[in-house]
Every structure is written in structure tokens, then in C-alpha cells.
Design a protein around this ligand. Structure first.
Ligand code: AMP
Length: 223
């Protein structure tokens, strides 16, 4: 069976499980996860010019200006590991970003294959995000009550130290959810009109949600 090239977007509110699912998809399909949030946090930690420009937006839960994120994303997409596909996690977040992405992918003759939209109601998101802990080593997420690590504060997979994202505080989460509803959720209609949107129920067991995603991806038309 020939390998399909998959250019994917994971869409959904913060805390929907996009990062967790993306990591499992990376394992299964061998294409990279591109998380603009992760790249931005790396730039901020390294105090690069981009990081310094992005910092205040990320801290407050607002969006980093489109042009900054777009330039950063395109640099990443042009790396050789994206040749057989990619999983965008946290990008696009505005209709403007989605339009720029479409143009850039057209130029690269690599249009999007599918957009998996993970649905989770706001009430569940707040609990998920406030309890989220992330491994400094491998980036895997845990939850202090819903999926706690075996040892407190230590990653089950790589023994890395777990930390809490600064923007996973209650006030910032409220802002991030508002930003999602105002600026990002219009993408559902945007991609639905393009007939590449696949809704996924994001409530339930991680493995069950993953199986649903794989069923969809395994039935996508080859490009
Ligand atoms: P995330 O890790 O996806 O939750 O992103 C964390 C933060 O990074 C967001 O709250 C934004 O401030 C910023 N960010 C990530 N991706 C984007 C994007 N595509 N456009 C604008 N800002 C972004």
C-alpha cells in the first residue's frame, strides 16, 4: 500500500487535546507536528527577536500578529521533513492566516488534505487547562486528576520534569477561550465550505478519539 501524503490541520479550542492527538498521529503516520505555540514558547525562552515581539501576546492569551506567525510557520514548512506531509497544531487561528496558508500551500503544490476539528464544550476546557501539566523533556501532557503521571511531577515516558504553562491560569484561559470563539471558530465554516472539515467529538478516551481520527485519515482520498 503506497503512503498517502497528508497535509493536515488540527482545529479546536485550547485544551481540546490537539497536541496529545498530534503526537500520536506523528507516531503512526511519520509526519511532523508543527505547533506554532511550541515554536513561539521556544523563541520566547531563547529571547530571540521574534520571541521578544511575541511575548506579551502569548502571556495575555491574545494572538501574535498574523505576519509574525506566518513567516515563522513558512520557514518551518519549508524544512525537508515536511515533504511527505505535516500536522499543523494551533495554526491557522484566524481567517487571514487560513487564506495566507492556502496561498502558500498552492505555491508549494501541497494543498491541505483535511482539517480535523476537535469539539469540546467550554465548561470542560477550563478544568482540562487548569489541571494540565506538560513534560519539559518530551512535551507530553498530563492532567493532575484526569490522567495523572505515575510519579508526582515526573513524566511517565522520559522521566522529565512536569511544568504548568503560565497561560494555563484561570484569567488567561478565559481570554484564550474568548479569542478562540471570536477569531478562530470562523475557520470551521471556512473549511467546511471547502469540504475538507472533519468534526471529531473531543470528549472521551484519548485512544477512542485517536481511532476516530485514524478512521477518517485512512479514508481520505490520496493526493
Ligand atoms: P498554543 O500552544 O497553541 O495554545 O498557543 C499558545 C499561544 O501562542 C496562543 O495563546 C497565542 O498567543 C500564540 N499562538 C500560537 N499559535 C498562534 C497563531 N497561529 N496565531 C497567533 N498566535 C498564536
Amino acid at each position: 500500500m503506497g503512503k498517502k501524503k497528508m497535509n493536515l490541520v488540527l482545529l479546536g479550542p485550547p485544551g481540546a487535546g490537539k497536541g496529545t492527538q498530534a503526537k500520536m498521529l506523528v507516531e503512526k503516520y511519520g509526519i511532523p507536528q508543527i505547533s506554532t505555540g511550541d515554536i513561539l514558547r521556544g523563541e520566547i525562552a531563547a529571547k530571540t527577536e521574534l520571541g521578544l515581539k511575541a511575548q506579551s501576546f502569548v502571556q495575555s492569551g491574545g494572538l501574535v500578529p498574523d505576519q509574525l506567525v506566518l513567516t515563522m510557520l513558512l520557514q518551518r514548512l519549508d524544512k525537508s521533513d515536511c515533504q511527505n506531509g505535516f500536522i499543523l497544531d494551533g495554526f491557522p487561528r484566524t481567517v487571514g492566516q487560513a487564506e495566507s496558508l492556502a496561498t502558500a500551500l498552492l505555491e508549494r503544490k501541497a494543498p491541505l488534505t483535511g482539517v480535523l476539528c476537535v469539539k469540546v464544550p467550554d465548561e470542560a476546557l477550563l478544568d482540562r487547562l487548569t489541571g494540565r501539566r506538560i513534560c519539559k523533556g518530551c512535551g507530553v501532557s498530563f492532567h493532575i486528576s484526569f490522567s495523572p503521571p505515575k510519579k508526582d511531577g515526573i513524566c511517565d515516558h522520559c522521566n522529565g520534569e512536569l511544568y504548568q504553562r503560565k497561560d494555563d491560569s484561570q484569567e488567561v484561559i478565559v481570554n484564550r477561550l474568548q479569542v478562540y470563539h471570536q477569531q478562530t471558530s470562523p475557520l470551521i465554516e471556512f473549511y467546511s465550505k471547502k469540504k475538507i472539515l472533519y468534526p471529531i467529538d473531543g470528549i472521551g478516551k484519548i485512544e477512542v478519539i485517536f481511532t476516530q481520527m485514524c478512521d477518517i485519515l485512512d479514508n481520505l482520498d490520496a493526493h
